[in-house]
Design a protein around this ligand. Structure first.
Ligand code: FRU
Length: 352
């Protein structure tokens, strides 16, 4: 069984991982180090009591790979699902130890988490960053310490990682744009006032979701944009406030494009609170069955697009790599449009 712990406190400071760069492979060296640890543990157990064999230490030493996962936050529904997915995958691999940390939605905390995982000499590091710039340095630090790094969902500003696993946000943005055009009257005829609520400005998904959308909607002269790049930082309450102001300032709003479902729903709630939700279409992204799909099925959101969490795939890829197989530089996860037409079926398929 994989194990999920909080960040394990080894104190702060610079990473002190030392591996001989001229040895045949660091992995062999690592195996040797682990074998020695195992022998030491067996010796200690023989000298003391058998209780040590069932203690946490002995448990960890039985594992072939120690994998660290630095998650940005656990409060958003999509992040909670992401952690659930990675833990479910970990449970299928009894030979790995998985350490999951929570960055509490703060760059500084997440940087400290990654530094801590480097100090713990994890065999592989999975990281889903708060934002690109702030996490790039520490990811590079892990790469320099010869730890294979798997970047999940949001990217960093270095290409030196082993693999990126995530959805194609540009494509999702385009699909959202195409649906918005359809809802506003169709290609060449679309007209209406659009509110776009951005995710975190320092993240690539937000930029890609916006660029993809505009690639399509900017071709429609009848579409007007009411806000200039306002970010709700992926949060429902912030999107609520942005939308409440937009509603006060604009008599006519036809469509809201939220970069994720919590923000699209926050905008919906703001419109509902002033009795205007029926005049507006709401499009979001994430499409979790118990969140976005349910909101679509209830008629609260008009559409959402699935953004599969990279939890399971990311861990599978890391294990594959640690076991000596080649992995691709990028793995792109699929998406699906969800509207009232397929929402009930999707809920049924998910036992909801
Ligand atoms: C959760 C989240 C998702 C979104 C993803 C983008 O933190 O905001 O809702 O799809 O991150 O990186």
């Amino acid at each position: 069984m994989g194990r999920a712990d909080g960040a394990q406190g080894n104190g702060r400071g610079k990473a002190t991982v030392k591996r001989d760069p001229v040895s045949k492979s660091w992995r062999k060296q690592e195996m040797k180090r682990r074998d020695m640890l195992k022998l030491a543990a067996i010796g200690a157990a023989l000298l003391t009591t058998t209780a040590l064999l069932t203690s946490g230490n002995a448990y960890a030493q039985d594992k072939k790979w120690k994998i660290g996962f630095s998650q940005v936050t656990t409060i958003e529904p999509w992040r909670a699902q992401f952690n659930k997915d990675i833990l479910a995958e970990a449970a299928k691999h009894p030979d790995i130890e998985l350490i999951v940390t929570d960055g509490e939605d703060k760059t500084e905390k997440q940087v400290a988490d990654v530094e801590n995982l480097i100090r713990q000499e994890v065999d592989a590091l999975l990281v889903s960053p708060k934002e690109s710039a702030g996490l790039s340095g520490v990811v590079q630090q892990a790469v320099d310490a010869k730890i294979p790094v798997f970047v999940l969902d949001r990217n960093v500003e270095t290409q030196d990682y082993t693999q990126f696993v995530g959805g194609d946000n540009k494509l999702i943005g385009r699909a959202a744009g195409e649906y918005a055009v359809e809802l506003l009257g169709g290609k060449g005829k679309a007209a209406g006032n659009v509110v776009e609520i951005w995710g975190g400005m320092g993240t690539q998904p937000a930029h890609d979701r916006s660029n993809g959308f505009h690639e399509v909607t900017d071709k429609e002269p009848g579409i007007k944009y009411l806000l200039d790049k306002q970010s709700g930082d992926w949060k429902q309450d912030q999107a609520y406030n942005i939308m409440a102001t937009a509603l006060r300032n604009n008599e006519k709003i036809d469509l809201v494009y939220g970069h994720n479902d919590p923000m699209a729903y926050g905008a919906y709630l703001a419109a509902k609170d002033v009795g205007r939700e029926k005049e507006i279409k709401f499009i979001g992204i994430d499409g979790l069955p118990n969140e976005g799909v349910t909101l679509v099925n209830n008629g609260e959101l008009t559409a959402t697009f699935t953004y599969v969490t990279p939890g399971a795939e990311g861990l599978r890829q890391a294990i594959k790599f640690l076991n000596g197989e080649k992995v691709e530089k990028t793995i792109t996860l699929p998406t699906q449009k969800i509207t009232k037409e397929n929402s009930a079926q999707i809920l049924k398929d998910n036992g909801l």
